[in-house]
Design a protein around this ligand. Sequence first.
Ligand code: ARG
Length: 468
Amino acid sequence: MSSISNNPLANKAQAWSALFSEPMSDLVKRYTSSVFFDKRMWAADIQGSLAHAEMLHAQGILNAEDHAAIERGMAQIKSEIEAGQFEWKLDLEDVHLNIEARLTELVGLAGKRLHTGRSRNDQVATDVRLWLRGEIDELQALLSALQLALIEVAEKNAEVILPGFTHLQVAQPVAFGHHLLAYVEMFARDAERMADVRRRVNRLPLGAAALAGTSYPLDRERVAKTLGMEAVCQNSLDAVSDRDFAIEFSAAASLVMVHISRLSEELILWMSQSFGFIDLADRFCTGSSIMPQKKNPDVPELARGKTGRVVGHLMGLITLMKGQPLAYNKDNQEDKEPLFDTVDTLKDTLRIFAEMMGGLTVKPEAMERAALKGYATATDLADYLVKKGLAFRDAHEIVAHAVKTAIGTGLDLSALPLAELQKFDARIGEDVFEVLSLRGSLNARNILGGTAPAQVRAQVARHRARLG
Ligand code: ARG
């Protein structure tokens, strides 16, 4: 019963019908097959098939004996795949036909009955969704771990002063911890986006069959429940053909990488000799084969580079969809490699970043020295004059003159003698020096969302509570 010759799926030319009178060339086989990449969805494929079989049995379409045989066969296939003993065949095109063929080899007729009321079109759409749902859950854990690593460094550096930049020109002092928490906000929004995408990924196409639905009395709600899916796709044509869920996942993934890339750019700048703000642990860097002194921030550089790759996959997926008439087209087989690579790249990157941030060496003196160089407290002097009764625009003008003079002497505003400062405005008093200090500037910004160390600590506590 279970010999290869009885199996219509044993040979691809016979996999769909006896209609075909000539075999496929090897080139066409290779071109059209997806098994060597889509086999990674095997667990989702088996899970989907088992839920379908269970429902077929509950609906009286499949008898108990056949149902049991399918369960037995699938259990064996699972252990064969896990043991690396499953023989994947190019001739059988994809993961779906490979598993079904092996099932029929193992349990005979019952295996041939599994595909009742189902098409590979609704099967593959279901598999991709199940697989992606699991990956999103893993990504969420990794996003949390990275946030926690950043929060830890932020907490330790709540008091450390960094020159805040706009236009990459020194602007105002900020706490290094505050700067890192900006990334925590970004990754928190990324996690929200992923959770939102997951709701739309987690819907069931099975039952749509090839494109029009099926005449068998399937219970789609039951299959959805078995698979832990939140809803059933309500239009069969849409269910088998759209890959918008993969596209929006890819867009959310691209944003994660864009955030990683911005952080990377900063780490690279900060580690350069010109900044000297931080050091990355040696294990995240490489040397040069010619320049013995070199230690290069390879990991953030590569992450910045890989961002292009993930954004490229988004372009690939969205372009794949445009111009496809309803319903399923083979074009959609091309959704897998970009999706797989996006997930792999994202997982590796998040993992490595969580580790790397944990091993960051911060150099507070260098940061503070840099903050002292760029008249970072000029705004504080203007605010001081406003408190003494000047209009802000007038105060701004007066401080610009003071800065110009200070640049001429090469001194920071806080290093000018009081008498010198009073030449710009007689209302300036001894209390100005606290205002002109970096620490005074930092502490003054004690407003929700501001950089004062007290605010940084409050945000650290909020994030910790949020992440559990
Ligand atoms: N390997 C195909 C894919 O990835 C499975 C669906 C094929 N369906 C079909 N009618 N050829 O999309």
